[in-house]
Write a protein that binds this ligand. Structure first.
Ligand SMILES: [Zn+2]
Length: 136
């Protein structure tokens, strides 16, 4: 792979991540909005009930539901982030052909400086490595 090919792939990868982050932010905003809209109804159910036992049962049920929903949402977001971090470099051809390490993050810096994988030091760039020449 040449340095230009790598840079083009990396720019496409960054654009994909910008879309993923934007979509994730929209989902979190919608979830937060839904929670703010539903919370007053749960409070109303809990405190408007005339019988104390029923009121406590509603409060426990609302707390358990809210906690389970938040935990499930957090777990879903963690799985999505893990999956996206693993699969997006692969889909753009940004994995080391020798060891399979993603060529993003610190591995990208090592690759651009040396032309080698930051983990296994396998040769990846065809142009001899080193930083790109600068104009004088
Ligand atoms: Zn490697």
């Amino acid at each position: 792979m040449t340095r230009d090919e790598f840079n083009n792939r990396f720019r496409a990868y960054k654009r994909q991540w910008l879309r993923i982050e934007t979509d994730g932010l929209i989902v979190v905003a919608l979830f937060t909005l839904a929670a703010f809209l539903l919370f007053p109804h749960l409070v109303h159910l809990c405190f408007e009930e005339p019988h104390r036992q029923e009121r406590e049962r509603f409060a426990a049920l609302a707390s358990a539901t809210l906690g389970a929903t938040l935990a499930a949402f957090g777990a879903l977001m963690l799985v999505l982030v893990w999956w996206c971090r693993r699969c997006t470099p692969r889909s753009f051809g940004l994995l080391c052909p020798s060891c399979g390490a993603p060529l993003t993050g610190t591995n990208r810096k090592a690759l651009l400086n040396t032309g080698e994988c930051g983990r296994c030091h396998g040769r990846i760039l065809d142009d001899g490595g080193g930083p790109p020449p600068r104009a004088l």
